[in-house]
Design a protein around this ligand. Structure first.
Ligand SMILES: [Cu+2]
Length: 107
């Protein structure tokens, strides 16, 4: 799952989890390429957005990984997802479901 989170506040915020009823496992992932050129993903306990900054989740970088899908994702639908932030300010977003080879949201 990819998106951009902007933090217009004076204090940093931490994304600590994501909830969706479609998949039983959701993890915050970071894709890294090592000196040998091998790419792998590591799990991150939270994603921090500093005050006034934006955090971009994009291919080859940060992303939210859905594992163990209970209901298949259908292109063109949206996936309601609850973003959980440290401190309790949760946010529901409706993430468009794109084809696996899509490069970004449809215009
Ligand atoms: Cu991943």
């Amino acid at each position: 799952m990819y998106f951009t989170i902007s933090n217009p506040d004076q204090t940093r915020i931490d994304l600590i989890g994501v909830r969706t009823d479609r998949a039983s496992i959701k993890t915050l992932h970071k894709t890294e390429t090592d000196a040998q050129g091998a790419t792998r993903m590591s799990t991150s306990p939270n994603l921090r957005i500093e005050a006034g900054e934006s955090l971009v989740l994009a291919p080859c970088g940060l992303h939210i990984m859905l594992l163990d899908l209970e209901i298949p994702l259908v292109e063109g639908e949206t996936l309601p997802s609850r973003l959980k932030f440290y401190g309790g300010n949760d946010l529901t977003v409706h993430v468009p479901i794109l084809a696996p080879d899509a490069t970004g949201p449809m215009p």
